[in-house]
Write a protein that binds this ligand. Structure first.
Ligand code: NAD
Ligand code: DAU
Length: 352
């Protein structure tokens, strides 16, 4: 972007990826005023961004993107220059048990933000931007070969992926119909500090720590392309400032792993850290019923963001995974607080 952005709304900034994006923007751009809007659902946690809460260019706003009146009055009051939209229901398994929650938050919530951004700008979008953060799951599932490109047709397979695909379509439609300036990025699987332990990597770290079974869905030969969360935040920064309006950028780690191979590596690294005999964590692997409609393989062609914006991951998978394991092992309090209460109910329902 050419013009300096003054007031930036980041939605979902108390969640996993959002907290890393908020931290990067607050620290790197003291001239920007960063508003973090988050409803603090089970996945949102102000502890994730405690280190920036007293920064002068940061403000937390508790609120729900589903609440039309609240969203409209917030946009009228603050007149944001840009929105970086991450707030969403994000866990595929939860979308299988409760799809409506995903449609309401991810589709209607995004529509509310688009309407409010359009209306508060009153037709003058000079220097404005709506950045929509999306997922590679909108493209569906790959066979043994091939990569998701920006031109790959949408083919979402889960209620979560469909709700994200619908929100992507809405953003593009608002660009086409109302001239609303936007960018969209579709990223592969993230890992790193502060990820809620319902997702594969933090769930398995916690279970290894507690010597609990490691529930591998199906045959475990599903492939994901893993990216360190700080590198996703760096990519969002690049796209926000230098991406072309109206464009889509795929973001990925150039880093495909089958779940089983990844889990075995994680077990080995955990044994080393916990001073357990080699092979002891692997014994916790337990094959369980497969996820319904489980996508076989995701892999991103991140050539466009690499060649146009010069972005590439800054850490190797081995480095990122080591940082992640060390973070979880030295943040017992965080892990214990997010796995108490309603997490126990969720876990029982999912895995018993
Ligand atoms: P997360 O579940 O950790 O965090 C989501 C955040 O959104 C939470 O803080 C939650 O409180 C907030 N939120 C949820 N509903 C809200 C509502 N109605 N109003 C306001 N806030 C609400 O998710 P994440 O993994 O950090 O993902 C962030 C975004 O990135 C999502 O849009 C997701 O689709 C996308 N994404 C995630 C990944 C990944 O691997 N995690 C990969 C690609 C894209
Ligand atoms: O690709 C990007 C997407 O990555 C994001 O859009 C989603 O928000 C994010 O949750 C993630 O989706 P996945 O479904 O790929 O992530 P998850 O961590 O839930 O699962 C990763 C793989 O591990 C998947 O093949 C399912 C498998 N799995 C997962 C869990 C939780 C298991 O085998 N056992 C488990 O208990």
């Amino acid at each position: 972007m050419t013009k300096i952005q003054k007031k930036i709304l980041i939605t979902g900034g108390a969640g996993f990826i959002g907290s890393h994006v908020v931290r990067l923007f607050v620290k790197k751009y003291p001239d920007y005023r960063i508003y973090n809007l988050d409803a603090l659902t089970y996945a949102g946690n102000l502890e994730n961004i405690k280190d920036v809460e007293n920064e002068p260019n940061y403000k937390f706003v508790k609120g729900d993107i589903k609440d039309i009146e609240f969203i409209n009055s917030l946009f009228e009051e603050i007149q944001f220059d840009a929105v970086i939209h991450l707030a969403a229901e994000s866990h595929v398994d939860r979308s299988i048990t409760n799809p409506n929650e995903f449609i309401e938050t991810n589709v209607l919530g995004t529509a509310n933000l688009l309407n409010a951004f359009r209306d508060s700008n009153k037709g003058n979008f000079e220097g404005k931007l709506f950045y929509h953060v999306s997922t590679d799951e909108v493209y569906g599932s790959l066979g043994k070969t091939g990569l998701f490109k920006e031109t790959t047709p949408y083919d979402p397979q889960s209620p979560y992926a469909s709700s994200k695909a619908a929100s992507d379509h809405l953003v593009r439609a608002y660009g086409n119909t109302y001239g609303l300036p936007f960018v969209i990025s579709n990223c592969s699987n993230n890992y790193g500090a502060n990820q809620f332990p319902e997702k594969l990597i933090p769930l398995f770290i916690n279970n290894v720590k507690l010597s609990k079974p490691l529930p591998v869905y199906g045959d475990g030969n599903y492939t994901r392309d893993w990216l360190y969360v700080v590198d996703h935040a760096r990519a969002i920064d690049e796209i926000f400032h230098h991406g072309k309006k109206g464009e889509t950028y795929n973001i990925g780690g150039f880093n495909e792993w089958t779940n089983l191979n990844l889990i075995k590596l994680l077990c080995k690294l955990m044994d080393e850290r916990l001073n357990r005999p080699e092979g002891s964590s692997e014994k916790l692997i337990t094959f369980v019923k497969d996820r319904a409609g489980h996508d076989r393989r995701y892999a991103i062609d991140a050539g466009k963001i690499n060649s146009e914006l010069g972005w590439k991951p800054s850490v190797t998978f081995e480095e990122g995974l080591a940082l992640t394991l060390d973070w979880y092992l030295s943040n017992d309090e965080w892990l214990e607080s997010v796995t108490s209460g309603s997490y126990q109910e969720y876990y029982k329902k999912m895995y018993s």
